[in-house]
Design a protein around this ligand. Structure first.
Ligand code: AAO
Length: 512
């Protein structure tokens, strides 16, 4: 009986909070707007060999086609049905990708848009990615099917029918987010329909879900459809495994809806993480890296085992969502690599790496007029595939941050130090900091405007290590900086302000 209760407790503790990555893997990457065929290849040729645990994919279900502006990325956040054809590919291509990725130990996490359907001004017709008919004006989505009964219109009491005040929890959850038709998730029919959609994906082999716009759904409604979900496909997961759930709730403080209201359902996105880390690394508001000593819960973040963390996401890298100007992205590569490096070295949270495409920005009064631009595409609107250059970077404006040596090697670092405590913190009172992870890895940053040269306790066994930021271990030599650690664990580090990347990281698997 005792053992049984213990097992139940373990199950309750882990269940939907467990990312379901293969043992030894600790991060996922958001391959924003990638085609399923490209993701399948990427799992096999790059993600598996480099220790990535999974991929967050763009919404796979049918969405509205918007042509003014031309095929914006955000049309995929306007569902028309739960049929599985999208700009990323067909249902067959989706299934093929899930199978091939799972077969190499890389799992798939679906961005589930279930709070709403398309915008109220979406019109009527068959301008949708599987060609299904719909009428936004009459709330008719026969391909699901949903009808006017299945929406919240009657429950919202704002003049516009849209959310007008984030201080009012009833508006936020019963009214339309930017005019998107709000589903009545208190209805069992809607809950079951959403659960059926998610179960189709679970049966296909996906490992979990990002729940889009969770702030706009009542936590109890989310729980009701989660309770209807199947366990994961036993072809790839142990019997009785629940899907990993992470809910998109933007909580930067100052609103009545808070992240902790959602902990019962699964993990929650910690938006404070990227907003604060960006401020620190940019040295805005008098922030310095030394203050990162108690990074994590000490900064008022949610408990580590509830947090999904990231430096930037597909919204705030282009001024949507929240976080503001401090958010670091690939547009500031030197600072960005430091931020991602810090995130991947630090034990807090479950980490997600962003992988983006470049677009032509056009700032007017600080606002990017081109924040809508969709993925690299052909004139007919189809998304371009991701070409790989001889030097392993990506072409055609796919940024592929996850292939940047510094980021990829830090994903491996995190796997190597997994489970080790943070130790040997050092700081200079400004922007030079260092810390270790048990006796497995050590990282040091110089974000000050003067050179750093110092002997520090690394906690590592004596030997010669390859810095995995300036290079890596290749055969029996280092392609970048070499670090000597004495038998007492002391190591000498030098980082000039002129360094391409002002940080150094070493771990036991990159020892000569
Ligand atoms: C598009 C058009 C709209 C049009 C609509 C319907 O842009 O003009 O009305 O179609 O025709 C994405 C795009 C939207 C797009 C939508 C549908 O971002 O532009 O609308 O697809 O195509 C809120 C939500 C959050 C949401 C975020 C964008 O809470 O869930 O807005 N993110 C997800 C997705 C996102 C997607 C959707 C949801 C919809 O990741 O890609 O939208 O499926 C406050 C609130 C936040 C709120 C923000 C932004 O944030 O707290 O909850 O996020 O405002 O409205 C400070 C505050 C901070 C505040 C922030 C911004 O930082 O501290 O709390 O300022 O004011």
């Amino acid at each position: 009986m005792k053992i049984f209760l213990l097992l139940v407790a373990v199950e309750l503790c882990w269940a939907q909070y467990n990312p379901n990555v293969e043992s030894g893997r600790t991060s996922i990457v958001h391959l924003f707007e990638w085609r399923w065929a490209d993701i399948a290849l990427e799992c096999e040729r790059y993600l598996a060999p480099n220790g990535y645990g999974g991929v967050q994919i763009s919404p796979p279900n049918e969405n509205i086609i918007i042509t003014n502006p031309w095929r914006p990325w955000w049309e995929r956040y306007q569902p028309i049905s739960y049929k599985l054809c999208s700009r990323s590919g067909s249902e067959d291509e989706l299934r093929n990708m899930v199978t091939r990725c799972n077969n190499v130990g890389v799992h798939i996490y679906v961005d589930a848009v279930v709070n709403h359907m398309c915008g109220s001004g979406g019109g009527a017709g068959t301008h949708a990615t599987c060609g299904s008919y719909f009428n936004a004006g009459t709330r008719d989505f026969p391909a699901v099917p949903y009808s006017a009964w299945d929406f919240n219109d009657g429950k919202c009491h704002t003049g516009s029918g849209d959310i007008e005040n984030y201080g009012d929890i009833y508006q936020v959850r019963n009214c339309r987010l930017v005019s998107l038709l709000d589903l009545a998730l208190e209805k069992d029919y809607v809950r079951s329909t959403v659960a059926n959609y998610m179960n189709t994906l679970i049966d296909m082999g996906v490992a979990g879900f990002r729940l889009d716009a969770s702030k706009h759904m009542w936590p109890g409604d989310i729980k009701a459809f989660l309770d209807k979900l199947h366990n994961l496909n036993t072809k790839w997961f142990p019997e009785g495994t629940k899907p990993f759930i992470f809910q998109e709730v933007i909580d930067l403080g100052g609103e009545p809806i808070t992240s902790d209201q959602y902990f019962g359902n699964g993990r929650v996105t910690e938006f404070k993480y990227g907003a604060k880390l960006g401020t620190v690394i940019r040295k805005w508001n008098g922030e310095k890296m030394s203050y990162l000593r108690n990074w994590g819960e000490g900064w008022g973040f949610m408990p580590s085992d509830k947090a999904l963390v990231f430096v930037d996401n597909h919204d705030n890298q282009r001024g949507h969502g929240a976080g503001g100007a401090s958010i670091l992205t690939f547009w500031d590569p030197r600072l960005y690599k430091m931020a991602v490096g810090f995130m991947l070295a630090h034990p807090y949270g479950f980490t997600r790496v962003m992988s983006s495409y470049r677009w032509e920005r056009n700032f007017v009064n600080g606002q990017d007029q081109n924040d809508w631009i969709g993925p690299p595409s052909n004139p007919d609107g189809s998304t371009k595939s991701v070409p790989i250059n001889p030097d392993t970077t990506c072409g055609d404006n796919w940024v592929c941050e996850h292939r940047w040596r510094q980021i990829r090697n830090m994903v491996i670092f995190r796997n190597v130090v997994n489970g080790e405590p943070q130790v040997n913190w050092w700081e200079n009172g400004n922007n030079q900091v260092a810390f270790g992870r048990g006796n497995k890895g050590f990282i040091i940053f110089n974000n000050d405007d003067w050179d750093l040269s110092i002997n520090l306790q690394t906690g590592l066994p004596g030997g010669t290590y390859c810095d995995i930021i300036s290079g890596e271990k290749e055969g029996n030599s280092c392609t970048g900086i070499t670090v000597n650690v004495q038998n007492d664990g002391m190591g000498y580090f030098q980082i000039r302000t002129s360094a391409e990347d002002p940080f150094i990281a070493i771990h036991v698997n990159a020892k000569l």
